[in-house]
Design a protein around this ligand. Sequence first.
Ligand SMILES: Nc1nc2c(c(=O)[nH]1)N[C@H]1C(S)=C(S)[C@@H](COP(=O)(O)O)O[C@H]1N2
Ligand SMILES: [Mo]
Length: 369
Amino acid sequence: MTTTEPTSRGRARIAGPGEGIGLDELALATRNHGLPLEALRYDVTPPGLHYVLTHYDIPAADPAGWRLEVTGAVGRPLRLDLDALRRRPAVTARVLLECAGNGRARLEPRPVSQPWLLEAVGNAEWTGTPLAPLLEEAGLSPDAVDVVFTGADHGIERGVEQDYARGLPLAEAMRPDVLVVWAVNGAPLPPQHGAPLRLLVPGWYGMAHVKWLTRIEVLDRPFDGFQNATAYRLKTEAHEAGVPVTRIAPRALLTPPGFPDFMTRERFLHPGLVTLTGRAWSGRAPLTGVEVSTDGGTTWTAADLAPADPAHPYAWRAWTCAWDARPGSSELVVRAADAEGPQPVEQPWNRQGMANNLVQRVPVTVLAS
Ligand SMILES: Nc1nc2c(c(=O)[nH]1)N[C@H]1C(S)=C(S)[C@@H](COP(=O)(O)O)O[C@H]1N2
Ligand SMILES: [Mo]
């Protein structure tokens, strides 16, 4: 395949000591916007406020001519248009999506890529049809191992020209809650979220939810494409094979209280009783709690966490915590824990800056009155 940067093939660049965010990172950041953190207030993320991440370009898509192929290690390959898909049983699921690169921009040293702070999340209502019956209809080979989902977008990444494609282990693809979706928040998918068709894999980081879905190929061997074998691996040295990025680690976010300074985004509030609020989630295990610190992490208070909604097990959950804000400076910190453990207070580091769930810290100044 085409190689543009032979020396950096397969390598994520790491910023040098003290190197600021560059124009290439800014170009990515302006294309791929985050959830403004005040939008944590909406239980269902309104249109346009959900984060967006697109590796290449948003492809041109003609819904009338769109076909979804189901092919590979199957007895009866399928070719379906959108009407055929919409005639199938439809399910609506409220699902949290988070980019695996969330938190990357604060890592020290910083992996050079989409420079997310903490806002690469959204919690929308997706409508589509379960994938498993489609695969069954196509007649899965007993040798099936992985299922590969390919989008209509095309680009070059670290020297490798490719269509965006992600493999999923067969057992995950066959989960009853994995959907092929055509609508979000009750309206057809907008272009940036994968119109007219995308995959939804509740609980997994964003990269698995393939947008502009055109092809589903069943493999009798593990998928070794770029987005599985090279990208989305947890590793500290470039030569390591690394561990695949899969499910979302626990995280709590605080809706920044008070009001911001335009330029620095520093928070200010007036003294008095404040109800701190936010959201928490985990895609890998049930949440067990959320704690808040108003003194930079020295002492912690348990927040009130809304009960899990059995109808929406992969949605984010609200939390609240009362705080008597006294004049002066404080650092608010929030951390979630799930059945596998709490969020780390010290950064876990890997070369691609993936699956980082370091706690959020929000410096605030409480005014004299
Ligand atoms: N075809 C295709 N699907 C894709 C991507 C992409 O670049 N191309 N980006 C992935 C990544 S990295 C993320 S985080 C999610 C983002 O979904 P959203 O833009 O709808 O929030 O889409 C995923 N699906
Ligand atoms: Mo992502």
